[in-house]
Write a protein that binds this ligand. Structure first.
Ligand SMILES: [Ca+2]
Ligand SMILES: [Ca+2]
Length: 193
């Protein structure tokens, strides 16, 4: 059974799926093409963070030019440049068993490539969602459909997979919009760019 999360909602994966090891995150969106004269490319990035919300290393910033963490715990399946895919537009694979012990949060952020020059924002994006699968069984464990209308935001934190004090893994629906670019996120998470 799929759990539908609301903004701010969470699910304790260690309780609902105690044997879960391989997780697949699918992110999807559609763009209102008539609103914009140029291509519209949303990019999903992943930040693997310590308890202090800092990147474990610069290599733990996963994006279209760095598709995998050195430990192999997180892998990005690659860039989709249009949002036209059927179903998930970009996919991230996570192996919880390979996650370094000091990794406490895996944050999923979407940004619009070249948003400023192309004068694009999340007001031109619709049907956004993040979906968490058990990659071993293809079961959709939880999903979060973003209901909110974003107007001028150029980036969006969709959600996080994180570890609590007792070592349980949870998934949280965040849905926070920002007027920030990708580099601003990297800097905020303590990356060197
Ligand atoms: Ca993309
Ligand atoms: Ca799509």
């Amino acid at each position: 059974m799929t759990i539908n999360l609301e903004k701010g909602g969470r699910i304790n994966l260690s309780k609902t799926h105690p044997t879960l090891v391989k997780v697949r995150m699918g992110l999807g969106w559609d763009t209102k093409k008539f609103d914009t004269g140029s291509d519209f490319d949303l990019d999903v990035s992943v930040f693997v963070l310590t308890a202090a919300s800092k990147l474990l290393s610069d290599q733990h910033f996963i994006f279209y030019n760095n598709l995998q963490t050195p430990d192999g715990a997180v892998r990005h399946a690659g860039d989709n440049r249009t949002g036209d895919a059927q179903g998930d537009d970009e996919t991230i694979y996570i192996d919880l068993s390979r996650m370094p012990p000091n990794a406490t949060e895996i944050s999923f952020v979407a940004t619009i490539h070249d948003a400023e020059a192309r004068r694009q924002n999340f007001g031109q994006v619709q049907n956004s969602y993040i979906r968490l699968y058990n990659d071993a069984t293809n079961e959709v464990i939880a999903q979060y459909k973003l209901e909110e209308e974003f107007s001028s935001e150029t980036s969006l934190q969709f959600g996080s997979v994180y570890r609590n004090e007792t070592g349980e893994w949870l998934f949280k629906a965040v849905g926070a919009g920002y007027k920030r670019g990708l580099l601003d996120f990297v800097r905020a998470y303590g990356g060197n760019v």
